[in-house]
Design a protein around this ligand. Structure first.
Ligand code: HEC
Length: 224
């Protein structure tokens, strides 16, 4: 029996080194890309974050800056985790929309859109909730035909896009949100890719999105 004693210590030592290495590697907690909220997954990911936070003391002794960055990033990741699982904080309407479709659509369920404010933001008469000029109309009202005209946006959805395979199961709101947050996910014919800015997730709040969707819903003019 005795000859197995040392290999076991060796294995334990290697395991400890391995765990230490993994801990050092997972210093910045992130939510896995394929995360879908369920009780089991939530508990699993939360535990991962906790493990990352457990390295705080040690990191702080080595480098306070790194350790504080860990606290900050973990805080953000925790917030994102709660949002992904359906939590809406009291101030959610005024948060930047971000780029997570599920979080955005969940928040929009709880928001009432104001078409007048939506139109004002769209036409650059009012700043967005993040105090940015988004100037949608600058492209979407131009006669040069660089972007689809605002007029008839809802009708084009109803008569054309809704029937296209890639939008199966989409609502109008989903189509509009995706068009705004991920302009290159689908390129409306015959317009060019890469023209519409890709940073609206930072420049529009969830309330702005709700308002713009409600405004575009009113664009139900007949198509030529
Ligand atoms: C710099 C020009 C530009 C700006 C600014 C811009 N867009 Fe666009 N947009 C485009 C182009 C070009 C397309 C067509 C190509 C595509 O689908 O990405 C498009 C497509 C769209 C579509 C899908 C087509 C449709 O009509 O069904 C929507 C919706 C849309 N934009 C909304 C907006 C909103 C809302 C804003 C402001 C927050 C905005 N755009 C700002 C250029 C622009």
């Amino acid at each position: 029996m005795a000859r197995y004693k040392y290999p076991i210590f060796f294995v334990i030592a290697l395991t400890l080194i391995g765990v230490g290495y993994i801990l050092a590697q997972t210093a910045t907690p992130t939510i896995p890309a394929d995360f879908e909220c369920s009780q089991a997954e939530l508990i699993f990911v939360q535990y991962d974050f906790q493990v990352a936070l457990d390295t705080f003391d040690e990191q702080y002794l080595q480098s306070p800056d790194t350790a504080l960055a860990l606290l900050y990033d973990t805080g953000k990741a925790y917030q994102q985790l709660a949002l992904k699982c359906g939590y809406l904080p009291p101030d959610f309407a005024s948060l930047a929309a971000g780029t997570d479709m599920a979080i955005i659509m969940n928040a929009l369920n709880d928001l009432q859109g104001d078409p007048i404010r939506g139109q004002a933001i769209y036409n650059n008469l009012e700043l967005s909730g993040t105090a940015d000029q988004v100037a949608c109309a600058g492209c979407h009202e131009s006669e040069g035909g660089t972007a689809p005209l605002t007029e008839g946006t809802w009708t084009r959805w109803d008569e054309i896009h809704r029937l296209e395979p890639q939008f199966e199961g989409y609502t109008f709101a989903q189509y509009i949100v995706e068009s705004i947050i991920y302009p290159n996910a689908y390129i409306a014919e015959p317009y060019a890719e890469g023209v519409m800015p890709i940073d609206f997730g930072e420049k529009l709040t969830l309330q702005d999105l709700a308002d713009i969707i409600t405004f575009l819903e009113s664009q139900d003019q007949l198509l030529d």
